[in-house]
Design a protein around this ligand. Structure first.
Ligand SMILES: [Zn+2]
Length: 479
C-alpha cells in the first residue's frame, strides 16, 4: 500500500536531488520521460541483518552436514517405503536439533510402487545382449517369462502420436528423443513428456510395451529413473528407460533390420501405503498467521542416494531457516518449512499440504528442488503492484551474483497446489546445466554436491526468506 502512495509522488520527488537523498533505498526517476522502475526500500537495520546472514551462510558448511547426514544415515528413500518413514524420523530429529517450533509429521497414504526386477535385452539380431535399463515408476510387471516383441522406433513422442495403429500394434515402442542441456532446465519439460505419456499413447495404439531413451543429458551407461502414468486399474503397459549408450545401439539396429527386445519387470504395488510431510516453524513475532513457506522433498528415487534430488533442497532450506532462527529477534511473519513426502511418484505431499492448509494465509511460497548448483537468477510470480518488492529482493540478492529474472516463476512442484490457489511464488533458480547428468541415476550422490555452491544457495535463501518474513509486503495480485 505504501508503495502505491509513493508511486504517485515519484515525479515530484524526482525533481529534487535532496528529496532523492531523503528517501534512501528508492531508485527514483531522474528524467520523467524515462522513468526508472521503483524499488521498495529496505531499512538500514534490515540491510545490516542481510549482510550478516549472507556472511554467515558463506562461511558455514551446515547445509552440507545436513545432506551428508541424510544420505549417510538414511540413504535412498522411495516414496511410501520403510526408508521414507526413517527419513521422516530423521527430519523430525534434525529440525528439533536446529531449534524449530511445531515440528510434526502430517501423515497421508499413497499407492506404493517399487521394482524388484528390471532387466532388458536385445534378443535379435544376434545373441542376446543386455541393456542397462530401469522400470519407469508405476509400470506393471511383465509376464514371468518376460515380454518379447519387435521394436518400432520413433524419434519423438509426436511421431508416435502420429503413427497409424497398424505400425504399433503388438510391438514394443521405442522413443529415442534426446534432451537438451540448459541452464534453466527448460529441456526437461519437453523431454519428460515422453516418460509420462509413452505408455498411455502406445497402449491406445495396441502396443505391447514401451521403452524410452533416458531423460537425461549425460553420455553414461546408466538409466534415469522416473515416474510414468499409472492407470488406476494397474493395466498400463510395462515401461522402461534405457541408458543413452543402449538407446544409441537400439536406434542403429532398428534402422537396419527387424530388432527384437525382451523386458523383465517385477513390480510391487501396494495401496494405502503410509507417507507424510514433515513441518517445522519459526513463529512470527508480530504476524504469526502470515506464512512464508519453504519447501523441499524428502523422498527420492533409489538407484542413487537422493543427494541432489532432493537432499540438497532439504539441507538448503533448513540451514537458511536456522540462520534466521539464530538472529536476536524473530522475523515478524511465520517461516514454515515443508519437507514433502512422495514427490517423485506424483507430488502427493504437495497436494496433501495444499489440501490440509488451504485456509491459511500463505504470503509467498518457494521450493528448492533443482540440485545444488549456484543460484543465478531470481524470478517472481507477483501482482504488478508488488514489482517494487521484486526489485528490492533482486537488489538484496545481487551481491551473491544473482541476476534479475522474470515474473513467471514456477515455485516448484510441491508448492504447485498453493500456486494454483493464487499464492505468490518465487524461484531462486539454480544453475542446472549438469543437473540432468545426475538426476534419478546412481550418480546422484554426495559427490555431485559442491560445498561452495551449496553455501551460496543458503545465503540466497536466507536473504529472501528473512526479507519476506520481516516485512508487511504483500505480493499477490488480488490484494
Ligand atoms: Zn526432486
Amino acid at each position: 500500500m505504501r508503495i502505491m502512495v509513493l508511486g504517485l509522488a515519484a515525479l515530484a520527488l524526482a525533481s529534487s536531488a535532496n528529496a532523492q537523498q531523503a528517501q534512501p533505498g528508492f531508485v527514483q526517476a531522474v528524467n520523467p520521460t524515462r522513468a526508472e522502475p521503483q524499488t521498495a526500500p529496505i531499512r538500514p537495520a534490515q540491510q545490516r541483518t542481510i549482510a550478516r546472514l549472507q556472511a554467515a551462510a558463506l562461511a558455514s558448511d551446515h547445509a552440507y552436514q545436513i545432506v551428508e547426514s541424510l544420505v549417510t544415515e538414511v540413504g535412498p528413500r522411495l516414496a511410501a517405503s520403510e526408508a521414507e518413514a526413517r527419513a521422516r524420523d530423521w527430519a523430525v530429529a534434525m529440525l528439533r536439533a536446529n531449534g524449530f517450533s511445531n515440528v510434526r509429521i502430517e501423515p497421508f497414504t499413497i499407492p506404493f510402487w517399487d521394482a524388484t526386477r528390471e532387466e532388458a535385452f536385445i534378443v535379435a539380431p544376434g545373441v542376446a545382449r543386455p541393456m542397462v535399463a530401469v522400470a519407469l515408476g508405476g509400470s506393471p510387471s511383465t509376464p514371468a517369462g518376460g515380454l518379447e516383441a519387435q521394436v518400432v522406433a520413433f524419434p519423438n513422442l509426436a511421431a508416435l502420436e502420429g503413427a497409424p495403429n497398424t505400425e504399433v500394434a503388438g510391438r514394443i515402442v521405442f522413443i529415442d528423443e534426446h534432451m537438451i542441456a540448459t541452464q534453466d532446465g527448460s529441456g526437461y519439460g519437453v523431454a519428460v513428456r515422453k516418460r509420462g505419456r509413452c505408455a498411455p499413447i502406445a497402449q491406445a495404439k495396441g502396443a505391447a510395451g514401451c521403452l524410452i531413451r533416458s531423460v537425461g543429458t549425460d553420455p553414461h551407461r546408466f538409466a534415469h529413473q522416473g515416474g510414468a502414468s499409472r492407470q488406476q486399474d494397474g493395466a498400463s503397459l510395462p515401461a522402461m528407460a534405457i541408458s543413452p549408450a543402449d538407446a544409441d545401439v537400439l536406434a542403429r539396429l532398428a534402422a537396419r533390420c527387424p530388432t527384437r527386445v525382451r523386458l523383465f519387470i517385477e513390480a510391487e504395488l501396494r495401496d494405502n501405503a503410509p507417507s507424510g510431510n514433515v513441518i517445522a516453524e519459526i513463529r512470527g513475532r508480530e504476524r504469526p498467521d502470515e506464512i512464508v513457506l519453504l519447501a523441499a522433498h524428502l523422498d527420492s528415487w533409489d538407484s542413487g542416494q537422493g543427494a541432489i534430488d532432493d537432499g540438497a533442497g532439504v539441507a538448503i532450506i533448513s540451514a537458511a531457516a536456522r540462520l534466521i532462527r539464530e538472529l536476536p529477534r524473530r522475523p515478524r511473519r511465520t517461516i514454515r518449512i515443508l519437507l514433502a513426502g512422495s514427490e517423485e511418484n506424483g507430488v502427493h505431499g504437495g497436494a496433501a499440504y495444499g489440501a490440509a492448509h488451504a485456509g491459511e494465509n500463505h504470503i509467498v511460497a518457494l521450493e528448492s528442488d533443482f540440485g545444488a548448483g549456484r543460484v543465478w537468477r531470481f524470478d517472481t510470480r507477483f501482482g504488478e503492484q508488488a514489482m517494487p518488492y521484486a526489485r528490492a529482493f533482486q537488489r538484496a540478492l545481487a551481491p551473491l551474483g544473482i541476476n534479475p529474472g522474470n515474473n513467471e516463476a514456477d515455485g516448484g512442484a510441491d508448492v504447485g497446489a498453493l500456486r494454483a490457489a493464487g499464492v505468490p511464488v518465487v524461484d531462486l533458480s539454480q544453475d542446472g546445466l549438469d543437473y540432468f547428468n545426475y538426476h534419478h541415476t546412481p550418480d546422484d550422490t554426495l559427490n555431485a554436491i559442491d560445498r561452495a555452491a551449496l553455501r551460496q544457495n543458503v545465503a540466497a535463501w536466507a536473504t529472501f526468506v528473512y526479507l519476506a518474513a520481516d516485512s508487511d509486503w504483500v505480493f499477490s495480485a488480488s490484494r
